[in-house]
Design a protein around this ligand. Structure first.
Ligand SMILES: Cc1c(C(=O)c2nccn2C)oc2cccc(OCCCNCc3cccnc3)c12
Length: 391
């Protein structure tokens, strides 16, 4: 394992942006500007692909973008837009945010960025703009002496580090059925499906409460110990813990984090999820779908008996979903990364048809498990090697 090309330094990198077709111009986006965020929202709302049958569109909020795009160490220069020179219309976007990755096997820390939100106006597809956007953001990141990047994509590109599968746990089955996301099996009644997915109104784990700033150091060490079981992980400074799990200075409401405090005042478990609703297109009964995505979690039960650990995970994710109901979540999403494959079945997650490939740019690493059987694509209950959760 290791960097593929480690020969360059920032001064070898051009100071000027890459050439663009003359009708376009580069435009760095100021995410602190409401009007510029509106433009990014509009572009992604109309042209960001995630759902094949175009029934749903991500319903970003300004708060979501500020949370996702402004973690500690963020750079304005890494929020890259392309405008039509004449009309100034925003027609493409790509973003990078700093992330510390670590290969557990070698202990190698990999200062990286996570690339996200690559979006090109539908009318400008197959103009070879995507490679130019990727090369330009690479240039801007290299100028800051960072040479590795992680990104995910539904499409298969050369050598994914791993492949994970979408899974979904209905919280409001009848609404998911109304919008055409969940289907009624021929041998079931609607009442039976609603009953199958019913959850208690209150959480079960004693000592469960929302994460507070005073918990951050303890959660940081719980998370660090827990993540030793994965091959590729993200490490967090305290500032990054505060941003990603408490929503940073503005306490973004898109991230929800909880801890379990035992009777001796010790934090034994932690979980988090982020909220990113969908707009439902062309539906008479509903125009929005509440969606939660499982984010990072940790439990000290991972060090003990496997079946105790597995039951703990099921209880934690069930409690996570009970808390998510109060935020209007209709479906709770998880990938098969981390040890999610240990709870997916018992917590009644269904396998989706979406697959997510993880890629590492300029770093050679052997392929790792994505929590699914490579041939059957079924969930394998051995967990995965992928400890990193990208949005
Ligand atoms: C997307 C997504 C969906 C859906 O498309 C979906 N769920 C319910 C109905 N639908 C149509 O289901 C998932 C399950 C696991 C992980 C996921 O996504 C993992 C990657 C997250 N990308 C979301 C994102 C975050 C930040 C910026 N842009 C996109 C998803």
């Amino acid at each position: 394992e290791g960097p593929i090309d480690s020969s360059k330094t920032p001064k070898d990198i051009p100071a000027e942006p890459l050439p663009l077709l003359s009708e376009f111009e580069w435009s760095t986006i100021d995410v602190d500007s409401k009007s510029e965020l509106d433009e990014v929202y509009e572009l992604l709302y109309q042209h960001y692909v995630e759902d094949q049958d175009a029934t749903f569109r991500f319903k970003y909020s300004h708060e979501f973008f500020r949370w996702a795009l402004k973690p500690p160490g963020w750079k304005k220069d890494w929020h890259v837009g392309v405008r039509v020179r004449s009309s100034k219309k925003l027609v493409a976007f790509i973003a990078a945010v700093p992330a510390n990755l670590k290969l557990q096997i070698t202990g190698n820390e990999i200062p990286s960025v996570e690339i996200n939100f690559l979006c090109i106006h539908k009318k400008l597809r197959s103009k070879r703009l995507a490679p130019v956007l990727i090369q330009e953001i690479t240039r801007r990141v290299n100028r800051e002496n960072i040479w590795q990047a992680m990104y995910t994509a539904g499409i298969v590109l050369p050598s994914p580090v791993t492949t994970c599968r979408y899974t979904h746990r209905p919280l409001n089955w009848s609404k998911l059925h109304d919008v055409g996301f969940s289907h009624l099996p021929s041998d079931q009644t609607k009442a039976a499906m609603v009953a199958k997915y019913a959850l208690p109104n209150s959480t079960k784990t004693p000592g469960l409460r929302q994460l507070e700033e005073k918990d951050l150091e303890e959660v940081q060490s719980l998370l660090t110990i827990f993540m030793k079981k994965f091959e590729l992980v993200q490490t967090f400074t305290l500032d990054e813990m505060k941003h990603w799990f408490l929503g940073g200075e503005e306490r973004a409401s898109v991230i929800k984090s909880y801890v379990v405090e035992d009777k001796n005042g010790k934090i034994t478990d932690f979980f988090s999820y982020y909220l990113l609703p969908f707009t439902v297109l062309e539906n008479s009964k509903h125009d929005e779908l509440g969606v939660a995505y499982l984010y990072y979690y940790a439990t000290d039960s991972a060090l003990g008996e496997r079946d105790v650990y597995q039951k703990r995970l099921v209880n934690l994710v069930n409690d996570a979903m009970v808390t998510a109901k109060e935020f209007g979540v209709d479906v709770f999403n998880a990938l098969t990364c981390q040890d999610n494959s240990l709870f997916i079945k018992d917590a009644k997650f269904g396998l989706g048809d979406g697959m997510l490939n993880y890629y590492l740019f300029n770093y050679k690493v052997k392929r790792m498990s994505g929590g699914i059987n490579a041939t059957t694509k079924e969930v394998d209950t051995e967990g995965s090697g992928m400890g990193v959760v990208l949005f």
